[in-house]
Design a protein around this ligand. Structure first.
Ligand SMILES: [Zn+2]
Length: 108
């Protein structure tokens, strides 16, 4: 019942950091793609970043999408079960929007 007096925190505006759920890279790059869990438990791409709900990010490496979907990191991050349908849609998105980069460029 407490109607909390929500004072606006006077912190300086921070750039939102995004963390790839696969490689754990943190960045504020816009190339990170947000996946959001909808009210009915579906995992969908949120290109505008405006949908409400629990969100998770993938970076712009195709390998991260592959790994994240394969090992169901996404489902864990979103605390939902990613259906085969959603998974296929996400793969499709990755295939059309994410450019495959040089394999293992950063790993030794
Ligand atoms: Zn990544």
């Amino acid at each position: 019942m407490a109607e909390g007096t929500s004072r606006a925190p006077q912190r300086p505006r921070r750039v939102p950091q995004r963390t790839c759920i696969s490689c754990r890279t943190t960045s504020n790059k816009r190339s990170f793609v947000r996946i959001v869990r909808t009210a009915d438990g579906c995992a969908v791409i949120d290109p505008t970043g405006k949908l409400s709900g629990r969100g998770a990010y993938f970076c712009d490496r195709l390998s991260c999408w592959e790994a994240g979907l394969k090992k169901d990191r996404l489902g864990i991050a979103l605390k939902t079960t990613v259906s085969d349908e959603d998974r296929a849609a996400l793969r499709q998105y990755a295939a059309t929007h994410i450019r495959p980069d040089a394999p293992d460029e950063q790993e030794a």
